[in-house]
Design a protein around this ligand. Structure first.
Ligand SMILES: [Zn+2]
Length: 369
């Protein structure tokens, strides 16, 4: 079939087309996929088969790295099986990642009274402890151990006992981060988007002067839902009303702490580096795709920047650069969801919802401009 296609084109474009086809078999960029296998990237969404063993694996599998020339890429377990490969017993690629996560998470929640080891979680999931750790962290933003600690520290355990749904309890416990919400979305528990103008929401707000201008923060009972930069206090406060005109708004001086935490995320190396500081829960709401993009933004370390193309590639959606850019532009929580770390190709400062000059100052403070 490929031969027929190529014959219809002039020789120049057929060469280009051939190269593209080789690198995108099953929609997978072979070079990038190979790098993900080398890194044992647990978030990678393809599978690979090894021709010499006849076994197929997840990229995060802890088994010995095969030779590049013996590797075939597959978009699904069914495709790998159809090609004659059998599933690896170690990384169990027949299990859906969301099933594994749901299993692991509910095991932790059911045993919140005690410490659950990684070995035990590996046993529950039928995967190596290493694989469980990577998968969990990729999807949830925190390690299984951090999750357990947070459970113990929070009201989640009590809420679960009262019979609240896990999603409600998660949010009540301050777990409304992008990654959690994304994971929820994968399990069919997508949190409601903000109703038009925040109708039915109670939102507290505060504005505080910072080194980067005035910052306004808004928070629901679940967590931070708004962070804007402005030139004056009035402008900062007006931004909350403009975003959530239908919400019940009230001033809340206690929220000034959140401004300080956001500033620390920019000015202090190491602050907010590890996914989700538990004292700064986020209430991000959007489509599953927006949440994925916001999660990817939170994964860009302080002091680094990405182009939209790089971000799309890191998310495994290299053809969706424009959609990624749109999702960045709709970010409601500046600084904490660091959309300022996305720059034009070549490092040029591109647009910023809160002003390019402020973006420059944020990046300067982070040492990346
Ligand atoms: Zn394997």
């Amino acid at each position: 079939m490929g031969g027929v296609l190529c014959a219809k084109m002039d020789s120049m474009s057929s060469k280009v087309r051939l190269a593209q086809r080789e690198s995108t078999a099953a929609g997978i960029d072979a070079e990038r996929a190979w790098q993900q296998i080398v890194r044992r990237d647990a978030a990678a969404e393809f599978l690979y088969g090894v021709t010499t063993t006849g076994v197929f694996c997840r990229p995060g599998c802890g088994s010995r790295l095969p030779l590049r020339r013996n590797v075939r890429f597959f978009g699904s377990a069914a495709a790998a099986q159809a090609a004659g490969f059998r599933a690896c017993k170690r990384c169990n690629p027949l299990l859906e990642p969301t099933d594994v996560l749901a299993k692991v998470r509910s095991h932790i929640e059911r045993n919140a009274e005690r410490k659950v080891s990684l070995d035990e979680l590996g046993h529950v999931a039928g995967l190596s402890p290493f694989t469980v750790q990577r998968m969990f962290k990729q999807a949830m933003g925190v390690s299984p151990l951090q999750y357990q600690r947070a459970l113990r520290a929070s009201g989640l355990r009590k809420a679960l006992k009262r019979g609240a749904s896990v999603t409600d309890a998660m949010y009540a416990a301050g777990f409304g981060s992008a990654s959690r919400a994304h994971e929820g979305a994968a399990l069919g528990m997508t949190p409601a988007r903000f109703a038009a103008g925040g109708r039915g929401e109670q939102i507290g707000y505060a504005a505080e002067r910072t080194a980067f201008g005035w910052m306004a923060v808004g928070a629901t009972a679940r967590g931070l839902c708004w962070l804007a930069l402005a030139a004056t206090k009035d402008e900062a406060e007006a931004s909350v009303r403009a975003e959530f005109p239908a919400a019940e708004l009230r001033r809340d001086a206690a929220l000034k702490e959140w401004v300080e935490a956001a500033v620390r995320a920019v000015t202090e190396a190491g602050a907010a580096k590890d996914a989700l500081p538990l004292d700064l829960p986020l209430d991000l709401r959007g489509t599953a795709f927006q949440l994925r993009v916001w999660q990817a933004l939170r994964a860009i370390p302080r002091g680094e920047t990405r182009s939209y193309t790089e971000l799309a590639r890191e998310m495994g959606v290299p053809r969706s650069t424009r959609a990624v850019a749109r999702a960045c532009a709709t970010n409601r929580v500046a600084v904490v969801v660091p959309c300022h770390r996305v720059v034009g190709a070549g490092g040029a400062l591109t647009g910023y919802r809160w002003g390019v000059e402020r973006k420059r100052r944020l990046l300067e403070a982070e040492g990346s401009f």
